[in-house]
Design a protein. Structure first.
Length: 87
C-alpha cells in the first residue's frame, strides 16, 4: 500500500511543504530518515534565500505530526552564501 508523508518547513513568514511517497508502512521510519537527509538541503536553500527557520517536521496524510525536527539541520549557510554539511 503506497502512502505519503509531508515535510513541512515553517519560517517566520511562510510555510513550505514537500510530499514524499512511501511504498510500505513497514519502511516508514527508514523512508523518513532517508528523505530527511535529502530535504535538509531544501530547508537550507530556504534559509539561504533569507528566511528564518522557525521549525520543520514531517506529517502523515491526516496532518498528524510523525516527527518534529525543531531547528535541527545538518547543513548551514557559510559566509559566502553556500550550503555546507556540518562535520
Amino acid at each position: 500500500m503506497a502512502s505519503q508523508v509531508i515535510f513541512v518547513c515553517q519560517t517566520e513568514s511562510n510555510l513550505y511543504t514537500k510530499e514524499v511517497h512511501i511504498t510500505s508502512q513497514d519502511s516508514l521510519p527508514e523512508s523518513i530518515t532517508t528523505a530527511k537527509d535529502h530535504l535538509e538541503y531544501w530547508v537550507g536553500l530556504i534559509i539561504r534565500d533569507g528566511e528564518t527557520l522557525v521549525r520543520w517536521w514531517v506529517e502523515d496524510e491526516n496532518g498528524s505530526t510523525i516527527e518534529d525536527f525543531g531547528t535541527e539541520l545538518s547543513v548551514y549557510v557559510n559566509k559566502y552564501g553556500k550550503l555546507k554539511k556540518r562535520r
